[in-house]
Design a protein around this ligand. Structure first.
Ligand code: NAD
Ligand code: LMR
Length: 310
């Protein structure tokens, strides 16, 4: 029996991630090859013409799974009845900027769109925030949409997870499919399975490649635009794998001594559409320092976000 279509909202759909993401969704990359979809695309009035162009291309591509397209600048129309909301709308950083430099513009978007989602999305809508600063935008969305279960709100850290996999496999000349996780996984080698951390013993390399903000900046320097195809692909992975062990930015309950009340990237497993934080992983001194620095930065961002909204 044919499945009912799932309504997927993409905000900022006329932007560069949106342009890479919507065809992936329409082709079944996010929800699978048997799941029909109706795309809801939101952008702001200055981008309305470009948004309509994206809609025209979606129609021209004749995706068999695509059962409808709503392209609008009206937030209520965009949010009505959506089952999944991928929040990309906002402003990317430019060369030389920190991610939190886009804070003033972006957090207020997440405050106002939170209530539209809360009022008009389908019950149990799952939300993925992509726009930066993604953790803090997700936190603001959570706080201003109190009736959306906190388990349903997450942010994209899967790109950073995928980057770690990609960069370690380049360094070790192995396939990404040979291991599932950077710090805790084993890599299949001719000499047997070995921990990735042991195979790349170079602390300086790990330090460099742990800093995904620097990787983002390197892409901006090279493309003069921030990452888009990898972000779109990782957003599909994030929603699709709301089912296996992956990295997701979720509301901290204090696990691993990460302060509660932040949206923080944890290793999670998902069952029946609900994530739970994987507990009990050993954290070495190197990772602890990086984790504490990240928590400190996110606490600062949280305070800054509130000062922007005041
Ligand atoms: P872009 O400028 O190409 O597109 C953003 C789109 O959002 C534009 O079309 C803009 O008109 C639209 N927009 C602005 N305000 C809006 C609003 N209030 N409602 C709806 N749409 C709105 O930018 P991009 O390269 O697609 O990046 C989008 C965001 O994603 C940026 O904040 C970027 O930093 C972030 N990003 C995050 C990750 C991640 O891993 N979390 C990765 C890459 C990029
Ligand atoms: C990325 O990591 O590529 C994005 O978060 C964009 C950025 O500003 O770094």
């Amino acid at each position: 029996m044919a499945r009912d279509p799932v309504r997927v909202l993409v905000t900022g759909a006329a932007g560069q991630i949106g342009y890479a993401l919507v065809p992936m969704i329409a082709r079944g990359v996010m929800l699978g090859p048997d799941q029909p979809v109706i795309l809801h695309m939101l952008d702001i009035p200055p981008a309305a013409e470009a948004l309509n162009g994206v809609k025209m291309e979606l129609v021209d591509a004749a995706f068999p799974l695509l059962k409808g397209v709503v392209a609008t600048t009206d937030v209520v129309e965009a949010c009505t009845g959506v089952n999944i909301a991928v929040m990309v709308g906002g402003f990317p950083r430019k060369e030389g900027m920190e991610r939190k430099d886009v804070m003033t513009k972006n957090v207020s978007i997440y405050k106002s769109q939170a209530s539209a989602l809360e009022k008009h999305a389908a019950a149990n809508c799952k939300v993925l925030v992509v726009a930066n600063p993604a953790n803090t935008n997700a936190l603001i969305l959570k706080e201003f949409a109190p009736s959306i279960p906190e388990k349903n709100i997450s942010c994209l850290t899967r790109l950073d997870h995928n980057r770690a996999l990609g960069q370690i496999s380049e360094r070790l000349s192995v396939q990404v499919s040979d291991y599932p996780d950077a710090n805790h996984a084993t890599v299949t080698t001719p000499a047997g399975d070995k921990p990735a951390r042991e195979l790349v013993a170079d602390d300086e390399w790990w330090g460099l490649h742990h800093d995904c903000s620097a990787t983002g900046a390197a892409i901006i320097k090279a493309r003069k635009l921030s990452s888009a195809l990898s972000a779109a692909s990782s957003a599909c992975d994030h929603i699709r794998d709301w089912g296996t062990w992956v990295s997701m930015g979720v509301y901290s309950d204090g696990s691993y001594n990460v302060p509660a009340g932040l949206i923080y990237s944890f290793p999670v497993t998902c069952k029946n559409g609900e994530w739970s934080i994987v507990q009990g992983l050993p954290i070495d001194e190197f990772s602890r320092k990086k984790m504490d620095a990240t928590a400190e930065e996110l606490a600062e961002e949280k305070a800054l976000a509130y000062s922007c909204l005041a």
